[in-house]
Write a protein that binds this ligand. Structure first.
Ligand SMILES: NC(=O)c1ccc[n+]([C@@H]2O[C@H](COP(=O)([O-])OP(=O)(O)OC[C@H]3O[C@@H](n4cnc5c(N)ncnc54)[C@H](OP(=O)(O)O)[C@@H]3O)[C@@H](O)[C@H]2O)c1
Length: 338
């Protein structure tokens, strides 16, 4: 069925103000515009699912590895979409894509613009949403981050935000490599999930007063690899327990994303422990995504990677969903079903 611009509206969440702390009502504002008419070289895709990522909060405020979203612009987001009409040579109706759809119902994919869209296959018994999680950015981030970590059998790996989309996969890849894996997470339910269902050797709830002692007890041989998703006090305590010449994979610093000034882990610890610290951004690995997706897909098929999703219904709920990342409201991959 053709989309009629006259009757169909495109709801969009536009950035209205740069948030301070958590998103406040009105920072993202819902607007409606007509569904754009197609020109030659364009395809129209209907967005079905949106990936809710901590980096969106960074994009709202500062220039980082991508420029900050401009005030008034549709909020940048990764999404899963299906082509509904096409005058684009590379896409036909029914094709499914992931890419920077933005927080909106419809997106135009234009031949002349760089959109970072990738076609995804329809695989029996595989849900669309895995292409935003375990076979999407988070799986790829875990995969390449663990490549940087270069884990060896029997080493101790600690991962923070361990019950989140990225951390939960990192820990399971650590187990595939034969590591002792310890996760740090913010609730007893999350700790139970990663140990009972995902096979982590231990989990520490950082909201309990004695979490530092628990971390020490869970890492009797010290820590060889810190897969860092959080920063601040959690990172400092992990660094305190690192073995000499340990490796720190700096993936994210979520504890600082909603603050004006993030608290930094001590460079002195890095010096004294002779740690190797490497930051990375997943976009740098774009040319190897297919290779990684094949490996992740195989692990998933053979039951070595389990995943879980927290689904929030409705485009209009996206601002609340973004805040859930910072209050720990998600287990596994956080997705908005449009
Ligand atoms: N380098 C890259 O290319 C790249 C790509 C993707 C993601 N990342 C980074 O990876 C990290 C995880 O991202 P994700 O998408 O997988 O999100 P996620 O882990 O699914 O969700 C974020 C989780 O972080 C935890 N958290 C939030 N604030 C915290 C705080 N102040 N202290 C401790 N934990 C806190 C919460 O869990 P608790 O209940 O456990 O607190 C929350 O559920 C983020 O830092 C993100 O920026 C980096």
């Amino acid at each position: 069925m053709a989309i009629s611009p006259a009757t169909e509206k495109n709801r969009q969440l536009r950035l209205q103000a740069r948030p301070k702390g958590l998103l406040a009502p009105g920072d993202l504002q819902l607007a409606e515009s007509p569904v754009p008419e197609l020109k030659d070289g364009q395809a129209l895709a209907r967005v079905k699912y949106l990936s809710i990522d901590p980096t969106m909060r960074v994009w709202m405020v500062v220039d980082s590895y991508l420029p900050a979203v401009a005030i008034g612009e549709v909020m940048r987001a990764i999404g899963f979409a299906e082509i509904v009409e096409s005058r684009h040579p590379d896409y036909k109706k029914g094709d499914r894509v992931t890419g920077l759809t933005g927080l909106q119902d419809y997106v135009i994919i234009d031949k002349s613009a760089k959109h970072f869209f990738q076609k995804v296959p329809k695989i029996p018994f595989v849900s669309d949403t895995v292409f935003l999680g375990v076979l999407g950015t988070n799986g790829l981030t875990a995969f390449f981050g663990m490549e940087i970590a270069a884990p060896k059998k029997a080493e101790t790996l600690v991962v923070s935000a361990a019950a989140g989309a990225t951390g939960s996969i990192v820990g399971q890849i650590g187990k595939i490599h034969g590591c002792r894996v310890v996760g740090i997470a913010g609730s007893d339910d999350k700790c139970a999930w990663i140990t009972r269902d995902l096979g982590f050797d231990a989990a520490v709830n950082y909201k309990h007063a004695d979490w530092k002692e628990k971390l020490a007890a869970a890492t009797p041989n010290g820590i060889d690899i810190d897969f860092e998703n959080v920063g601040g006090e959690i990172m400092q305590e992990v660094l305190n327990r690192m073995n000499l010449h340990g490796r720190v994979v700096l993936c994210g610093l979520i504890s600082g994303y909603t603050k004006e000034e993030a608290s930094m882990a001590s460079l002195g610890t890095i010096l004294v422990k002779r740690l190797r610290v490497q930051g990375f951004i997943i976009l740098d690995y774009a040319s190897r995504f297919m290779e990684a997706a094949k490996q992740l897909g195989q692990w998933k098929m053979f039951g070595k990677l389990k995943d879980r999703e927290t689904i929030v219904e409705g485009l209009e709920k996206a601002p609340e969903a973004i805040n859930m990342l910072f209050t720990g409201g998600n287990i596994g991959k956080l997705i908005v079903k449009v």
